[in-house]
Ligand binder design. Structure first.
Ligand code: AMP
Ligand code: ZN
Length: 432
């Protein structure tokens, strides 16, 4: 039932002692990176003063902007020759956040995924089809290595090509899949079109769904259509990727692997810790990473710790499924996008006016992004061909940056609502 029983069911006292000793080692290591050398010095921090887990609150928080500013190597705590892999946070073709791994980092991460998948019931005899993009995104290689370590037969199908995905599932008796929830929903129509009934014509027992927020209702629709269990999988590139927190067979919250991470929930405004059970922003500290240890990382993901033990017997605390974000990041088709990226592109294109609005819609389980863009008067009243060229150019430029093809609607000057106060740039009409 357990991949590593000793660790997964470790008595809380022992687990916390382990966290503390690993934290001390991590602080020593992190202190070697250019970034933390400076930060620790600036805030007068002597890492030897950190002697309890409560002391973690004395440590400085780390943000996505810090990572961006230190691009590419400012967080490195080891020599470049010790690195074996680089990944990046999904979303941009520009200077996305990069995360480096040593051999040990990869081994630990791989183990967390093997542990997570084993927890849900996946075994050596299973066939695992990974429908996540392979490449810089962590969902491809991360799960791939984890499933191989577990001993399963891995089909590295990668994303897209829906009919082929379904054919692979049938031909090779796939029993577990890893898939983005919105894609799992979209795929239902392809199954219908191909007249394949996943309940009868495939042998899939379980799916790992993650990389983007989804509701309990969405999970139930997926489970109902496919006839398998869908386990929520949470992670972020900055910590390693998927494998940070995972649902057990009780499907009541995600166990955060606390031997690898310290988690805190903070109030995103006061930045103070809140007690277990209260909602706030998840903050994580890596405990075993060598290449790029990160201290008190503000994930911006909103959740709460579920108080009390889990029936499965694991002692690692659980978080509730992610409720949203404390910043304006949008996730569409598993890709992270900040409205400012869209703004920057738009403002660089001649003819574009000053206001725009991003609308997210879900139709037939397919998420789309519509960008309404105000056009300067001369353009708007000019000839149609010129206007169509402008529209095409906007689509192309946005696509090259955000990797999603948006639908672009050009509108006249001053036709979009001007909000008083903070501009509302995103209207999310996706219902669950
Ligand atoms: P990336 O580093 O590109 O993989 O993106 C990580 C972000 O994706 C997280 O900070 C979350 O906002 C989101 N995410 C990942 N897994 C989940 C999940 N299971 N539920 C909700 N959001 C998720
Ligand atoms: Zn459990």
């Amino acid at each position: 039932m357990y991949w590593e029983k000793d660790i997964e069911t470790m008595d809380r006292g022992k687990l916390e002692a382990l966290q503390l000793s690993r934290l001390k080692e991590t602080l020593e290591k992190a202190g070697k990176s250019p970034y933390y050398t400076k930060v620790f010095k600036d805030c007068g921090l002597d890492v030897h003063q950190i002697n309890t887990l409560e002391d973690v609150e004395k440590l400085p928080l780390t943000t996505k902007d810090d990572l961006r500013e230190q691009w590419p190597y400012g967080f490195l705590a080891c020599g470049k020759e010790d690195l074996v892999r680089m990944h990046s946070s999904s979303g941009t073709t520009g200077r996305a956040i990069v995360v480096f791994h040593t051999k040990n980092d990869i081994d630990q991460w791989t183990n967390l995924l093997a542990r997570s998948m084993y927890m849900t019931g996946m075994r050596k005899s299973d066939v695992f089809q990974n429908l996540m993009t392979y490449g810089l995104f962590t969902g491809g290689l991360g799960f791939h290595y984890g499933a191989e370590k577990l001993g399963a037969l891995v089909i590295p199908a990668s994303a897209g090509n829906s009919k082929r995905q379904i054919q692979l599932m049938i031909d090779f008796d796939t029993t577990y899949i890893h898939i983005i929830p919105s894609y799992a929903l979209h795929l239902t129509s392809v199954f219908e079109e191909m007249k394949v009934d996943p309940r009868k014509d495939t042998k899939i027992k379980g799916a790992f769904v993650g990389a983007e927020p989804h509701s309990e209702k969405m999970r139930l629709i997926i489970e109902d259509f496919y006839g398998f269990k869908a386990y929520n999988s949470y992670g972020l590139s900055e910590m390693c990727g998927p494998g940070v927190a995972f649902e057990c067979p009780c499907q009541n919250g995600l166990h955060v692997w606390e031997d690898n991470f310290i988690m805190e929930i903070i109030d995103p405004v006061s930045l103070r810790r809140v007690p277990d059970g209260e909602e706030g922003e998840l903050v994580m500290t890596t405990l075993l990473r060598e290449g790029m240890p990160i201290i008190r990382y503000r994930t911006r993901d909103l959740t709460r710790i579920i108080p009390g033990p889990c029936e499965c017997g694991r002692t690692h605390r659980r978080i509730e499924r992610i409720k949203g974000r404390s910043d304006d990041m949008i996730i569409i088709k598993g890709v992270n996008i900040f409205p400012i990226q869209i703004e920057r592109k738009l403002m660089g294109i001649p003819g574009v006016g000053t206001n725009y609005l991003i609308i997210l819609e879900r139709e037939d389980f397919n998420d789309t992004m519509i960008v309404k863009v105000e056009v300067q008067k001369e353009f708007f009243l000019g000839n149609l061909k010129q206007l169509e060229n402008l529209r095409r150019r906007i689509v192309e430029e946005l696509k090259s940056d955000i990797l999603i093809t948006p639908k672009v609607d050009l509108v006249g000057p001053d036709s979009l609502d001007k909000s008083e106060g903070k501009a509302v740039r995103v209207k999310d009409n996706r219902k669950d």
